[in-house]
Design a protein around this ligand. Sequence first.
Ligand code: GLC
Length: 665
Amino acid sequence: MATSDAVLQVLSGAGPRSFSSDLCFSNLDLAFRSKHIKYVRKRASRHMKMFKCSSVLQDCIGKQWFKRSGDGDLYLSGNATIKRLQLLRCKCQQAERVSGVTTEGGNGTWFVDGAKTLNLNGAVNSPGVLELGDTQQLTSEKEVLTSNGSVNKEEESLTTNGAVGTGRDASRKASVDPIEEEAWELLRDSVVYYCGSPIGTIAANDPTSSSVLNYDQVFIRDFIPSGIAFLLKGEYDIVRNFLLHTLQLQSWEKTMDCHSPGQGLMPASFKVRTFPLDGDDSATEEVLDPDFGEAAIGRVAPVDSGLWWIILLRAYGKCSGDLSVQERIDVQTGIKMILRLCLADGFDMFPTLLVTDGSCMIDRRMGIHGHPLEIQALFYSALLGAREMLTPEDGSTDLLRALNNRLVALSFHIREYYWIDLRKLNEIYRYKTEEYSYDAVNKFNIYPDQVSTSLVEWMPNQGGYLIGNLQPAHMDFRFFSLGNMWSIVSGLATRDQSNAILDLIEAKWSDLVADMPLKICHPALEGQEWQIITGSDPKNTPWSYHNGGSWPTLLWQLTVACIKMNRPEIAARAIEIAEKRLSRDKWPEYYDTKKARFIGKQARLFQTWSIAGYLVAKLLLADPSAARMLVTDEDPELVNAFSCMISSNPRRKRGQNNSKKPFII
Ligand code: GLC
């Protein structure tokens, strides 16, 4: 039986279908059609400032795409692209504060009732249309929603639908800690508002910095720890708003020199811009302005954004217990668009995602083009999350089949070929090369000289890690922290591998944690290697920034990984080190030197994800069960498919020998 057949038999039974049988997708290519459908203004929301927001939203209603025009009409459209600065506008004019009950008929506030599909006056509405103004506060200060609708007071709870309690106890305990208090204050100061609602956090709020660059924007990847911190605090609105607004940006028309990237791409960052409204001195207009990489330094495509978006969406559902967001048709469509982009066929021989340099946290040239570990770990995590959240429907059978196949192939590939420890290094050291055959041991034709003496000396007797990248004749042996941590969190690494990675962190503490956790990668590129690989980048000099710098934000990923493996004491030790300096040093973006002794040469101060990363690490340590919203456990279906794949592959030479411990070589 062929490998893919074996996988398919385990994971699905359905026959092949056309990939784009989902109407929402097939409609994307249709030419613009216009059919005006009126929609109603919702009653003004209470307890909040009211804004006159004329918004143009996009929904997928009844499997058709709709756009909402500036005057409040919805019109049908087959074209999913949104013109730059044309949409997501919010003409903001502060109106009087309304207290108590809502005013019937409203006064021009453009809210849409998300619960109804058809209003009495015949206006069409969508289940789950984004409300620009007051998004429903899902829980009150003292309440946690459970799946049966009952309310638990105060305590941390794991609801039957998997919702994780808010860990409020933890945050209350934590609030006595002055560093945490300061961090919360700074995090709240970094919140960005759009039409009066919190929508994200600014990347850095550094009053000492002379050039802002794009640090005044909301970065998708930077917001993840902020979002998790707010979720842990029981403040769900900001995360919900962020998820829904960035979803709309996904469909933006994006071009660079007349070329458009794939439809599902999420922006790297966005900014809320305010303009005076034409002909009205008292009013301003707010516009969301995304950057998909067309303005970013180096014009790098943010491949990680969409993957992080899926991860946060899942966490939001798990933590708040509110599954209505992930069930919305537009959100389901957004997930599918990201998946379609990632799962599209290309020239690849590998199941790993092929990307350009700088497509993730390391967003400038650092020699991580190809199949970098960080992207693979996020990809795996997002595939698992999407699989959990996609509502089954006729049109998605093929997508789910492709997703399942990819999950199995991806985990096999990473566990088998990215893993190194002392034993594997010795195996590579003795590799034969130039093997032309189906059952080559050295499949990628790695020349043994690539195993440097310094690497052999560095590798501890106990422990190992996943390498940074694998290409034909090339293994990037650098240790990348985020990729390794997220491989543990997502279950891309096996349990044995996950423990071995943590063993390595303990064994190499003075290199990886040193005076400030956590090194982004180890070792740094130096000398000629630095010249050739970074292009002599003065920002990425050895042991600085992306090239062996230390990033406090990585604390939260380390903490989740340690909690998952039931070794929280490792994270606690790292946090203790960070705590000695973070506040005193004004929350820098990164640290420099081999032992992280200096604040980074060009590091921003008051970097939001340094602040949020610290807070998440503290909150999770105080309430480890809350980490469940981020962790994915080994799925028995996948494990089964995985072993079928190994046993059914006639070309696999070492399969027999590895039957007991298939992943650690
Ligand atoms: C730098 C980092 C990137 C981050 C951005 C905003 O470019 O490399 O990962 O998202 O700053 O903080």
